[in-house]
Write a protein that binds this ligand. Structure first.
Ligand code: DGJ
Length: 750
């Protein structure tokens, strides 16, 4: 780390610059730290420059407001005159509810901050004590090498009395020109639905009280310059990395200051700090970028820089859920396994229904022992067969849940979460098992570990199929315990991983209901949605990549007729959508035709040949001229190769003159761009002139010929363009029927 220190009496500040982002933090003594710049790079400031910027960040006093205009801290403080949302709320039995903190120490990567310091990436740690000496606050703020900002805080009770904490939320400032918001809503089968609105005076608050991240989670809350898109505008985003109750918010106060922030939502009485106890917030992440792609890329780089990094050799997964549901029949499963291996699957996952009395969703949850009834010889015959076929074996669990009709619920009703005598309303016939009770935790851990000990399991699909309603601890007077449950969940994941380091874990919660950066500190991929319909998946995957790189998104090829929507789709559309994630198949392929099996194999071969690019490159999404045309791609980090896709999800391309603009390549380099047609060609295809002649002799290539013959896996010549032409001028796009996709490969020539 390069540090330059300039001492300026009574003033302390820090500048961090990394990955195309600068952040400047003012560290006054009698206030909590405030960010005075977060955004585009500022050339390294000296002490005078930093002091100038800090002075320049102080707002002008408005009429009839405090004499010293308040400037919000990272934990906004009421006593400073800030009448917006405070960062810390709590009291000692109603007293001392507006603490005044003084910074007693600040260090940057362990070096005490004096005057102004600057560095590249680094971690700032600030310790503050309130004037009464009753609370200690530790604020940690980091700028990663990829320019991702993250911060969290811990409050410790230094007094002899309990401290009732209601809320500790962090916030980052965004400039006034960031006047448009984008976050997400959604529901089961329709996750991450973008919503835009103007940022106006007041608070835009997204609170989650579901005890899991939620299908409707705000996911990322962006504020940007009007009209910002994937490749345009300046955008600031915040993400609360927490899988329990949490919030995201954006606030503009009447005098114009604007913040975006987040934290955990605490239930009444949930955190009551005994003397010397402390509470720590989740990490709150901030990403700035020129466009949404750059915002997303910082998160992708962050996840990819972890050790160990998830492999780009992600095995093609065959999951049996939509093939057999609860019908566990060994012969049929062996048949499926053989067919799956024949098309190139590398992992076979047995889903719900293998344990206890679980023959449907009304019974057996919580009893994690193999069912004698369904599996008289245990899982061994299937596991051995799957492994003999060269595939890994994966197994489904839902460790935080119970059916009342289960041995564990009968034996330990006190382990079921409830806030009073009555049990909470059921969802999917199930209740929540309180993992914060040591006995319940040990029961689940020991049963899972016993299964992992008995069978060579390389993958766990970890499900969570209901919200936490009235989630109290019956062994402790029904006190709210969502936080305790969330922490126990993380601990359990860690214990299982520590005991079986090779096991990969998928975070699933009725599809994409538990997708956040914290769960991914403990798991290796997410199940993006229970909806595998490619029409809907185009949008779900497009927006899930706003936080996660493709290798983290479970992405399956489903049945010809979607089980969730009833729509029918060609295999080329299902597969051409799914290859932009961690590919799998979830389809009763005993019903597939020989032609479909051949085509499926070709798509899997394509994925395998391209996965180092698809699961390692940079995601680019185009700001499409038309809403229902999705153009996106993956560009290798060295810009030598790319795979793009153009999907039409509604009526035919309305304007044949529309060009696809392909971003992300080297402007000066020349690329050979050609369509990739795997299996039968897309329905309704009218190819543009630049695609050229088909290489197969005698086949003059025109739309009619393709439509009539639906030829298989054609190699087309394509054409050569510079990266600048592809990005700035664009190339004519083909016409397609709705719900069709065309893939393109771009290979650098020089
Ligand atoms: C919900 C999951 O999202 C599905 O994929 C499947 O595992 C079912 N649960 C099983 O009950």
């Amino acid at each position: 780390m390069h540090l330059s220190t300039t001492y300026a009496p009574h003033a302390r500040s820090v500048q961090l610059t990394a990955g195309g982002v600068s952040i400047v933090i003012d560290l006054p003594q009698s206030r909590l730290p405030a960010i005075v710049h977060w955004g585009a790079v500022l050339p390294e400031l000296d002490a005078a420059g930093a002091a100038g910027l800090i002075a320049a960040s102080v707002p002008v006093a408005a009429s009839n407001t405090p004499d010293v205009p308040p400037r919000p801290a990272i934990i906004p403080e009421h006593h400073s005159g800030w009448t917006g949302r405070p960062g810390l709320s709590g009291s000692f039995g109603g007293r001392l509810w507006s603490p005044r903190f003084r910074t007693v120490r600040a260090d940057l990567d362990g070096v005490v901050v004096e005057g102004h310091m600057s560095a590249a990436h680094g971690t700032l740690r600030v310790e503050a004590i309130d004037d009464n000496g009753l609370l200690r606050l530790i604020l940690t703020l980091e700028l990663t090498e990829h320019g991702l900002l993250r911060a969290r805080a811990a409050v410790e009770n230094l007094s002899a009395e309990p401290y009732g904490l209601e809320d500790l939320t962090l916030a980052f400032p965004v400039p006034r020109e960031a006047s448009e918001l984008l976050d997400f809503a959604g529901q089961h089968n329709n996750e991450r639905v973008p919503e835009r609105r103007p940022l106006r005076t007041g608070i835009h608050l997204r609170e989650n009280r579901k005890g899991r991240t939620g299908h409707d989670s705000a996911y990322l809350l962006h504020a940007g310059t009007p009209g910002f898109g994937f490749g345009r505008g300046e955008v600031w985003a915040v993400h609360t990395a927490w899988s329990g109750n949490h919030r995201h918010y954006a606030e503009r106060v009447p005098t114009g200051e604007q913040l975006i922030g987040g934290g955990e939502v605490l239930l009444p009485g949930e955190v009551r700090l005994a003397p010397h106890e402390s509470y720590e917030t989740p990490w709150v992440y901030g990403s700035f970028g020129a466009g949404l792609d750059e915002v997303a890329r910082r998160f992708h780089r962050h996840l990819r820089s972890r050790t160990p990094r998830v492999s780009t050799e992600r095995p093609v997964t065959f999951n049996v859920w939509e093939a057999v549901y609860f019908r566990h029949d060994l012969d049929q499963l062996i048949d499926l396994a053989e067919r799956a291996a024949a098309i190139g699957a590398e992992r076979f996952v047995l889903d719900d229904g293998w344990f206890g009395s679980r023959r449907d969703d009304t019974s057996g949850l919580g009893d994690w022992t193999v069912s004698d009834e369904a599996w008289p010889d245990g899982l061994h015959p299937l596991v051995k067969h799957v492994r003999a076929l060269g595939m890994q074996f994966g197994l489904w669990f839902e460790p935080e849940m119970v059916n009342l009709d289960s041995d564990v619920a009968r034996a330990h009703p006190e382990w079921i979460m409830a806030s009073g005598q009555e049990l909470p309303i059921e969802a999917r016939h199930q209740q929540v098992l309180n993992l914060s009770v040591p006995g319940a935790y040990a029961h689940v851990r020991n049963q899972i570990l016993a299964i992992l000990h008995e069978y060579p399991i390389e993958y766990i699909k970890w499900d969570h199929n209901r919200d936490l309603i009235e989630a109290g601890d019956r062994t402790n007077a029904g006190r709210a315990a969502v936080r305790a449950q969330t922490k126990a969940f993380y601990r359990l994941l860690d214990e299982i991983r520590a005991a079986h380091p090779g096991v990969e874990i998928e975070s699933c919660a009725s599809g994409g209901g538990r997708v956040d950066l914290r769960v991914l500190e403990h798991a290796d991929r997410v199940w993006s949605s229970d909806n595998i319909d490619p029409h809907d998946r185009q949008s779900i995957l497009r927006w899930t990549t706003q936080l996660l790189p493709p290798e983290y998104m479970g992405s399956h090829i489903g049945s010809p007729r979607s089980h969730t929507t009833g729509r029918r789709h060609d295999l080329a559309f299902r597969a051409g959508t799914a290859v932009f994630g961690h590919l799998g198949v979830e389809w009763d392929i005993t019903q597939a035709t020989p032609e479909e099996m051949t085509e499926l194999r070709e798509w899997i071969d394509f994925y395998k040949s391209q996965r180092h690019l698809l699961l390692d490159g940079d995601v680019v999404r185009m700001d499409d001229a038309v809403d229902h045309i999705f153009v996106h791609g993956i560009v290798s980090r060295d810009r030598s190769r790319a795979v793009f896709a153009m999907a039409a999800t509604d009526t035919m391309y309305p304007d044949p003159a529309t060009r696809m603009k392909l971003r992300g390549l080297d402007h000066d380099a020349r690329y050979h761009l050609r369509p990739v047609i795997i299996g039968s060609s897309p329905s309704g295809l009218v190819p543009p002139l630049w695609w050229g002649q088909a290489t197969q002799s005698g086949n003059t290539f025109d739309g009619r010929t393709l439509n009539e013959h639906r030829r298989r896996s054609v190699e087309l010549p394509g054409a050569v363009f510079t990266g600048a032409v592809l990005e700035r001028a664009g190339v004519t796009s083909p016409r397609l029927h709705p719900d069709q996709v065309v893939l393109f490969r771009a290979d650098r020539l020089d």
